[in-house]
Design a protein around this ligand. Structure first.
Ligand code: HEC
Length: 481
């Protein structure tokens, strides 16, 4: 994987809170509850089960939702906002067009569920009989979603009250002394409000990899903020001013060169708001981590007005018995991970001023092996408008597997699926961009926008995750270990 991708994930500017949703709600025509002879709708009997299933994963203490929905007392003051959020389908965050594909983590509300919440609010949001409530969900201890067998505590990270915190990378030894199959992974942010993203990947240890040293780049830019050509490429810094800081120290060192920990991909596993843990146990898969591997972590913190110290943790479940399948993330600007090859003329991306529906360079991902596609995680920046994944079978038949009609930069969602893809098939991935004034996230409609890692630049990265049979020979790389 390459620098480009790292930046793609690193520079995500996940704004929260201020978003005012504008959508054409499918449910706007739903009958006001008052016009139906429906029985009274109460919190405990009717609404709480929906909140447990679709909302509480984020809306409970310590999670990313701005208020709790565990109890009537918590939720009641937000009743009107809840109605608004569900009829506009701003909540729960889910942007796939239901007309395409099948997603096993689809958390969008059914129309009947929306109608229930609307009816409840329209009836004055009554509490009802507490005995009618379902038992509370036993959310995992300590904020974890998985019960990890092994966990790593990242060094405490002081996040200032104000200013821009650059995206950084840091290496640690992985916590496995022996060859290990990892079957689930969770990144648990210490202070979710300041963790905009955190991703990591495993890497074979190199002599040159420093541990516990945060490294980041000073990116040369022109007066418009466009990334300058460095080392003959526009897609990312290869050489430049490297800034670094040892964990626990505030002293920043500066040198010209190449950051050691920028060489390999780090987005195998990510925490992003709305992105749950990775769990391969239900699909009998795992990720092989050779003894003595390193973890390269990429971090993007955000100042929120309050200085805090983040203590994030990374947890794993592991097995000694090799699972039947191996998980393979696919990405990198060149997409050179087996078992796929990606072609995409990223450097040619140039979105004209005020263009409101501009197609970016199409990505074409060729499948060199039979694979099972298990997730999509499309990534663009604030001008991202739509994305479509179309599978072209070897016989030429085409099928749209995911269409996101309103891509939202604030939510880096993973769409989980299960699609068997034969060798010889191709995935075409088309992003479109809105550089017009109609895009409320657009910081500057009057400028040309080119490919780059900053949020005011653009990208269109068709991240996907695959399973392949353990033991499969991929591009001459035997995955049996
Ligand atoms: C994946 C996490 C997640 C889920 C699931 C989720 N929310 Fe949210 N919700 C958030 C976050 C984060 C915010 C604050 C940022 C924003 O508004 O985008 C928010 C904001 C809200 C707001 C406040 C909007 C405003 O006016 O500022 C409401 C109301 C809300 N959610 C209702 C719901 C309801 C109802 C559900 C379930 C049907 C739900 N949410 C599911 C994460 C989530």
């Amino acid at each position: 994987m390459t620098k480009t991708l790292i930046m793609a994930v690193s520079l995500v500017l996940l704004t929260t809170g201020a978003a005012v949703r504008t959508t054409a709600p499918a449910s706007a025509q739903a009958l006001p509850a008052g016009q139906r002879a429906a029985p009274p709708v109460t919190f405990h009997k009717d609404v709480l089960p929906l909140l447990q299933k679709n909302c509480q994963s984020c809306h409970r203490p310590g999670q990313i939702g701005p208020f709790s929905m565990l109890t009537y007392k918590d939720a009641r003051p937000w009743a009107k906002a809840m109605k608004q959020a569900v009829i506009t389908r701003a909540m729960p965050p889910w942007f796939a067009d239901p007309g395409y594909g099948h997603f096993n983590n689809d958390r969008s509300l059914k129309q009947a569920d929306i109608d229930t919440i609307v009816a409840w609010v329209d009836q004055g949001a009554p509490e009802g009989d507490a005995h009618a409530a379902p038992p509370p969900i036993a959310w995992p201890e300590g904020g974890w979603q998985i019960a990890p067998d092994v966990s790593v505590d990242l060094p405490p990270y002081p996040v200032p009250a104000r200013g821009i915190v650059e995206w950084e990378r840091v290496a640690f030894p992985a916590p496995f002394k022996e060859d290990t199959w990892v079957t689930s992974v969770e990144i648990l942010p210490g202070v979710p409000a300041v963790v905009h993203h955190m991703c990591f990947g495993f890497q074979k240890h190199k002599e040159t990899t420093p541990y516990n040293e945060y490294q980041w780049m000073e990116v040369p830019r022109d007066e418009n903020g466009n990334m300058q050509k460095v080392d003959g490429t526009t897609t990312g810094p290869l050489n430049g001013v490297v800034l670094s800081r040892t964990a626990g120290s505030t002293e920043v060192k500066r040198r010209i060169g190449r950051p050691e920990v920028f060489d390999e991909g780090t987005n195998e596993f990510c925490y992003l708001p709305g992105l749950p843990y990775e769990d391969y146990r239900p699909v009998h898969a795992g990720v092989f981590v050779p003894a003595g591997s390193d973890m390269i972590v990429s971090l993007h913190y955000t100042a929120t007005g309050l200085a805090v110290t983040d203590k994030s943790r990374i947890g794993f479940t592991v097995t000694k018995t090799p699972p039947a399948k191996t998980f393979v993330p696919q990405d990198g600007a060149e997409g050179d991970n087996p078992p796929v090859a990606r072609k995409q003329a990223n450097a040619s991306l140039a979105i004209p001023p005020y263009a409101n529906d501009f197609p970016g360079p199409m990505a074409e991902v060729a499948f060199l092996k039979d694979v099972e596609l298990v997730w999509f995680r499309p990534h663009a920046h604030v001008r991202g408008k739509t994305v479509r994944y179309t599978l072209v079978y070897p016989d030429g038949r085409e099928e749209t597997l995911l269409y996101v009609p309103r891509y939202n930069f604030n939510w880096q969602l993973t769409y989980r699926t299960s699609v068997k893809i034969p060798k010889g098939a191709k995935m075409r991935v088309q992003f479109t961009y809105d550089n017009s004034t109609a895009n409320k996230y657009n910081p500057d409609p009057g400028r040309w926008v080119r490919y780059g890692g900053q949020s005011w630049e653009e990208m269109g990265t068709p991240n996907m995750g695959f399973l392949i049979d353990r033991g499969a020979d991929v591009n001459g790389v035997l995955l049996e270990r």
